[in-house]
Each structure stands twice: as structure tokens, then as C-alpha cells.
Ligand binder design. Structure first.
Ligand code: SAH
Ligand code: SF4
Ligand code: F3S
Length: 451
């Protein structure tokens, strides 16, 4: 017997590490809430933990390699102490039983199996390794109020939906997160109210494709709520609390959402609109279901309805068959839009996706790297140019915390998601202040408080 713990043994310590997107951070908060109810408390020291959990990401191979490296550390950490090590999240769902072959791993639980965690953990000491990777069509953890983790007490996010029904050919998310489900708006509004009462000043609504949020009342099918309606209801809760959202999908983003943003000053003027590629041939192979022209039309609409709205994006280089000409199309699209920011990636083939089954990962690694470096340099120039347009202006900033570099400096963001740093001048996180922008880098607006 490795452990003599029993179900009645209360107040066990759980340590959790989270990788991947904000949805995973939200899920870890749900996991902590479920475990707290079962008598656990959180520890930030791995050595003190009775249960070590790692919430994982499968989006690219390097995300998985990082976690495999951490499992080695956990294996040494638990030697002989009966500590239970569990793998949660997207890698758990993708690799299933294969993960149990890893000596470090005692349990594997997929993204829809977290309610089962207390039972799974208890079962490890009795029956050995445990696994639950069932995906659900209904689970949204709507009734679970997440335990806020590593929070600044100022900004928080709410998962409004789970899963994804798109099948972008490169992407593992639909396989590991299952079908798209929209969460009951009443539980979303309730969570938002709790956050506001607790003093939070900014709420981000999260989903893989928020534009396809659609809730149908199970008791009355004529009672439906769209994303634009949900956004408006959350914005109306407290007009002094900022609302953000992500991610928008170019094929689904409706003008109604833009008009809703225009009507409410507290909905932040920033849209994350991943383009992936500027080449129609690549977009078709990626199964993104829009063209370059269609995408640029969406950008034009944003600029028409919301002048000054920041636009950020995601780009993949080196996807299957990407020619030099295709890549030039991506560069020219980036030139045309001049994004405020971009997350840029080299294509990483994910087993089981349409691309891995039917296409060849045939762009040489050195070409992928060169293309990535080229667009990173380009984006840095655009970020700098867009930031320079702020120099001399006075903007409103929600203070989020103390700058890492100096405790006399605070940082916060504009509603267009630009990070500002400025001398504290007696102000504190959670306050909204007006700052004058004095100078900038490609990442930061250097400013001072004007009132
Ligand atoms: N739901 C969002 C993004 C999800 S994943 C959307 O539809 O845009 C975040 C980003 O990771 C994607 O936008 C894409 O740029 C990148 N990504 C996804 N799969 C990838 C892969 N196999 N290789 C490289 N980058 C990938
Ligand atoms: Fe992946 Fe496409 Fe869904 Fe985004 S929309 S999560 S890229 S399948
Ligand atoms: Fe998020 Fe990574 Fe899963 S990006 S949905 S944690 S594969």
C-alpha cells in the first residue's frame, strides 16, 4: 500500500499547474472549487501536496513536450509519499490510457470529467491508476462558482461556452474539447454579479468562438439568447465595470456585436480576430470558411462602426503546401490591416486532425522558422507604429497591479488593450485613472497620471 488515506481524511492539499489557454485557467478554477467542496485546500508548494494536478494543452507539440518534462519532475517529487499525480485537460483527452503508461501518472481526467475527480483520487489508493475521459454534450459546469486563482482581484474571466464545432483542419481543439455547448446565461450573469460584488472591475467572456454562442431555454425553445444579447446583458450589470471577450471568428462575427459594442462605453474596444493566413488557397485547406476578401470586409466593418477599435490576430506559418506566394499573401494582409498585436505560430501537425490524415506537413522546418521570424519583425514594427499614435494623447486606464520592474510604478490597460506603465502617485490597483502617454515601445505606453 502506498497510502493509508481514506475518503474521510479531510483537508488534503492540492497543487495545480495550468498550461494552455485561458479556458484552461478557468477550468483549473472549476477543479479547485470541486475539490474544495470535497475537503481539499490549495497549496502553492508542490512538496506539501497530497495531490498534484497538471492541466494540459495539446494545441502544438511543444505544449505537450513541456508537460511531459514536468511529469518527470513530479515523479521525483512524489517518491514514496503516496502523492497522487493527475493529468487533466486536453492532453489527457488526446492521449487517454497512453498517459497511464507514464510512471509518474496515477490518474487521467478529460475536460468534461472534473466532477468525478474526488472519486477518482480516492480510488487511486484503493484500486490503482484511474481514468475518465468521457466527453459530454451537456457539461458546462454552470452551477460551479470557480475559486479565483492567482487573481489580481481586478480582472477575471468567465467561460460562456465549451468545446468547438468548427473543424479547422490543423486544430486539435474539437477532438479534445468535444462539441460546442453554450452555458445558461442566468449562470453567467450570476457569476458576473458575484465578481462585481467582490470588487472586480473587468470581466472577460471566453469561448473558442463566441460568435456562435446561442442558448436555447430547455423549457421554452422560443426563448433564445445570442452572443450580442448576452454581451449587452453583462454590460448592463454595472456600467463602471469593463467587459471584454474572445475569441471572435471571422466567418461568424456579426455586425450586431459591433453595434452592441458601440452602444456601451464599458465594452472594451478590442477585437481578437484570428486570420491564420492571408492566402485563399491556405484558408481553404485550413477549412476556415472565409476568404481574404471576406476577412478584410469584417475588418472594414469594425473600423466603420468602431473607429479606433484595436484589432489583434493569430497567424500560422508553414501550414501544408504553403508556397512562398501564399506566405507573401499573409505578409501583405498583415501590412494591409496593421494589427495592434498578433500571436504567431509555426504549424505543428497534430495527430488525428484532418490535416494530419489527408495533407503533408511539407514546409521544411528552416522555412517555417524564417517565415515566422519575418512576420514577428513585421508585427513588431506595426505594434510600435500603432503605439506611437497614442503618444501625446490622454487615455483612461484600469490599474491592474504594480509593475514587475519597480514597486513605485503601476501598470494597467486602455480599453484598446494597450499596456501602460506610470508612476503610482498614490493610486492603487482597481482604480481607473487618466494618463498622458509620454513615449512608447512596441509593447508598452510609458505614461503619467494626469489627475
Ligand atoms: N478558437 C480560436 C483559437 C484557438 S487556438 C480560433 O478559432 O481562432 C489558438 C491559436 O493557435 C489558433 O488561432 C491558431 O493560430 C493556433 N493553432 C491552432 N492549432 C495549431 C497548430 N496545429 N499548429 C500551430 N498553431 C496552431
Ligand atoms: Fe480550433 Fe478552429 Fe475551433 Fe478555433 S475555431 S478552436 S482554430 S477548430
Ligand atoms: Fe486551450 Fe490548449 Fe486545450 S489552447 S482548449 S488548452 S488544446
Amino acid at each position: 500500500m502506498q497510502s493509508n488515506r481514506t475518503v474521510t481524511d479531510m483537508n488534503r492539499a492540492v497543487y495545480i499547474e495550468t498550461y494552455g489557454c485561458q479556458m484552461n485557467v478557468g477550468d483549473s478554477e472549476v477543479v479547485l472549487s470541486i475539490l474544495q467542496k470535497a475537503g481539499y485546500h490549495r497549496t502553492e508548494k508542490m512538496e506539501e501536496a497530497d495531490v498534484i494536478l497538471v492541466n494540459t494543452c495539446s494545441i502544438r507539440d511543444n505544449a505537450e513536450q513541456r508537460v511531459l518534462g514536468r511529469l518527470e519532475v513530479f515523479r521525483h517529487g512524489k517518491k514514496g509519499r503516496g502523492t497522487v499525480v493527475g493529468v487533466l485537460g486536453c492532453m489527457a483527452e488526446r492521449l487517454k490510457e497512453k498517459l497511464l503508461e507514464n510512471k509518474a501518472v496515477d490518474l487521467v481526467a478529460g475536460p468534461d470529467a472534473y466532477r468525478d475527480l474526488p472519486r477518482l483520487i480516492d480510488a487511486v489508493s484503493v484500486d490503482g491508476k484511474q481514468i475518465n475521459t468521457l466527453l459530454s454534450h451537456e457539461e458546462t459546469y454552470a452551477d460551479i462558482l470557480p475559486v479565483r486563482m492567482d487573481s489580481d482581484g481586478v480582472t477575471a474571466f468567465i467561460s460562456i461556452m465549451r468545446g468547438c464545432n468548427n473543424v479547422c483542419s490543423y486544430c486539435i481543439v474539437p477532438y479534445v474539447r468535444g462539441a460546442e455547448r453554450s452555458r445558461d446565461p442566468r449562470s453567467i450573469l450570476n457569476e458576473a454579479r458575484c465578481l462585481i460584488e467582490a470588487g472586480y472591475r473587468e470581466i472577460s467572456l471566453l469561448g473558442q468562438n463566441v460568435d456562435s454562442y446561442r442558448w436555447v431555454n430547455p423549457e421554452d425553445a422560443t426563448d433564445t439568447v445570442s452572443f450580442a444579447q448576452l454581451l449587452e446583458r453583462v454590460a448592463l450589470l454595472d456600467e463602471s465595470v469593463r467587459i471584454r471577450f474572445a475569441t471572435s471568428h471571422p466567418k461568424d462575427m456579426k455586425d450586431e456585436v459591433l453595434f452592441t459594442m458601440a452602444r456601451h462605453a464599458n465594452i472594451c474596444k478590442h477585437i481578437h480576430l484570428p486570420v491564420q493566413s492571408g492566402s485563399d488557397a491556405q484558408l481553404a485547406l485550413m477549412n476556415r470558411k472565409y476568404t481574404r476578401e471576406g476577412y478584410l470586409e469584417r475588418v472594414a466593418k469594425i473600423r466603420e462602426i468602431l473607429p479606433g477599435c484595436a484589432i489583434t490576430t493569430d497567424v500560422i506559418v508553414g501550414f501544408c503546401d504553403e508556397s512562398e506566394e501564399d506566405f507573401r499573401q499573409t505578409v501583405s494582409l498583415m501590412e494591409e490591416v496593421s494589427y495592434d498585436g498578433a500571436f504567431m505560430f509555426q504549424y505543428s501537425e497534430r495527430p488525428g486532425t484532418k490535416a494530419s490524415r489527408t495533407m503533408k506537413d511539407n514546409v521544411p522546418p528552416e522555412v517555417k522558422t524564417a517565415r515566422l521570424n519575418e512576420i514577428i519583425a513585421l508585427q513588431n514594427r506595426h505594434s510600435l507604429k500603432n503605439n506611437e499614435a497614442y503618444v501625446g494623447r490622454t487615455v483612461e486606464v484600469l490599474i491592474e497591479g504594480t509593475s514587475k520592474r519597480s514597486k513605485d510604478q503601476l501598470f494597467g490597460r486602455t480599453d484598446t488593450n494597450k499596456t501602460c506603465v506610470f508612476p503610482a502617485a498614490g493610486h492603487r490597483p482597481g482604480e481607473t485613472v487618466r494618463v498622458k502617454v509620454l513615449s512608447c515601445t512596441s509593447a508598452t505606453l510609458i505614461s503619467e497620471i494626469t489627475e
